[in-house]
Design a protein around this ligand. Structure first.
Ligand code: PMT
Length: 397
């Protein structure tokens, strides 16, 4: 799985740095190309000579080589990598990564990395348990970074608790599994709706909602990362994607979204309806801006929009899977299961505005999945990137 992969191995200044040598050897044995980037304090724990001898490449630590003035481009390194692994990651480096404190080559490389990042924390138990470390780790998770949780055990301080860096074999397995699962949607076509719809009242006003598109775009990124060819039919949002596997079709109204989805769905294996589609639209859009009249209050007559998910449910073939969302404020489970059945969905992802950090606009979400076989799976609050991973994994399973 790792043969030919370009891996940046980031080493920071902790006692567990000695284990990075074993990790490096495992990567090299598996056929990966490894570039070691080490922080100045990392060099206090392990010598660059050992690391460059094993990796077959000069170790990068400073922004430039002092005697020749040769510049080391963190941007090029960030583009070169298929994965960046930071092991061990100290509390200080974790804080810098979480907050963008770019004061060494490792952190600038991290900030430039386009590839998935894996972070293996290693520190004393009290540092690990400190609210600031916990908050920084949560921030890193919310950026989509993978945290390889430290184990419990005896620490360098001889105290016993959580903070021991995961063993090199464990980190290696984590990466192997990541790349193994990474192409499981290869050759599949996935349609995703995302964002809000705008239903025009006049040239300057519309009926809309608070959807940012973050949930739908996160699902699209995860599906694309796993090899799918993804089309997002997106309402008006301010986010974008660079993934070459994602095609974005921008629409404004529910009717336009409906039209595009009907065109694309027949070629797809999966459709995931995460858009917050307006159920109603004004019967007509005024040609000119509606003026404020002295006494008269305008009445906007509404008409029902097409139900996109239900339309796809009607034409779905046995080879296709249709996944809906339910955004609820009350009676959540009953409403979600009712939508699952009424729209002929294979599964529905419930998120409730009663849950703090869930739903519109946030970087996090808290979901419960119901499937058409009657199963219910509840997840804790997670970053939308992690939620996207859970959803895709559920669909594949
Ligand atoms: O975009 P974010 O800010 O990240 O927020 C994410 C989200 C809250 C928008 C997302 O997680 C979510 O819940 N999306 C569905 C919102 C919604 O409209 O739910 P609903 O319960 O009203 O609709 C049920 C399902 O039918 C949804 O899959 C919806 O896309 C679909 N639908 C609804 C109405 C309609 N006319 N056509 C549809 O296809």
């Amino acid at each position: 799985m790792l043969k030919g992969k370009h891996i940046i191995l980031g080493i920071t200044g902790g006692i567990a740095a000695y284990k990075s040598v074993s990790l490096l050897r495992l990567f090299i044995k598996a056929g990966a190309e490894v570039q070691v980037v080490i922080t100045p304090s990392g060099k206090e724990f392990i010598t660059p000579v050992t690391l460059s001898a094993l990796s077959g490449k000069p170790v990068v630590s400073e922004f430039f080589t002092a005697n020749s003035g040769e510049w080391h481009s963190h941007v090029d390194l960030g583009l070169w990598a298929d994965a960046m692994v930071i092991a061990p990651a100290t509390a200080s480096s974790i804080a810098k990564m979480a907050n963008g404190v770019a004061d060494n080559m490792l952190i600038t490389t991290y900030l430039s990395a386009k590839a998935p990042v894996f972070i293996a924390p290693a520190m004393d138990l009290d540092m690990m348990a400190h609210p600031s470390t916990k908050r920084n780790i949560e921030l890193l998770k919310s950026y989509g970074n993978h945290i390889i949780e430290p184990a419990e055990g005896e620490l360098a301080s001889h105290l016993i608790g959580k903070g021991r860096m995961e063993e090199p074999e464990g980190i290696f397995e984590y990466l192997k599994n990541f790349f193994a699962s990474s192409q499981d949607l290869s050759g599949k076509k996935v349609l995703i709706t995302a964002g809000p719809t705008y239903e025009k009242i006049d040239p300057v006003r519309f009926i809309g909602n608070y959807s940012s598109g973050k949930m739908g775009y996160a699902i699209a990124e995860e599906a694309a990362r796993r090899g799918a060819e993804v089309t997002i039919v997106s309402g008006p949002v301010s986010i974008s994607t660079n993934s070459p596997n994602i095609n974005v079709i921008k629409v404004e109204s529910a009717r336009d979204m409906h039209k595009e989805c009907l065109k694309i769905f027949p070629q797809c294996e999966y459709a995931i309806m995460s858009a917050a589609v307006a159920d109603y639209a004004p019967v007509e859009c005024a040609e000119n801006k509606i003026k404020r009249e002295k006494d008269e209050i305008p009445v906007i007559k509404l008409t029902k929009n097409p139900d996109i998910a239900a339309s796809l449910g009607e034409i779905k073939t046995p080879k296709q899977k249709l996944i809906g969302f339910a955004l609820e404020t009350n009676n959540e489970e009953v409403n979600a299961v009712e939508k699952l059945k009424r729209k002929n969905l294979d599964m529905i992802v419930l998120n409730s505005l009663q849950d703090k950090g869930a739903g519109f606009g946030t970087d996090t979400n808290k979901i419960t999945i119901f499937d058409c076989e009657g199963n219910k799976t509840t997840y804790p609050l997670k970053s939308k990137n992690e939620v996207a991973k859970d959803i895709i994994e559920y669909i594949i399973k």
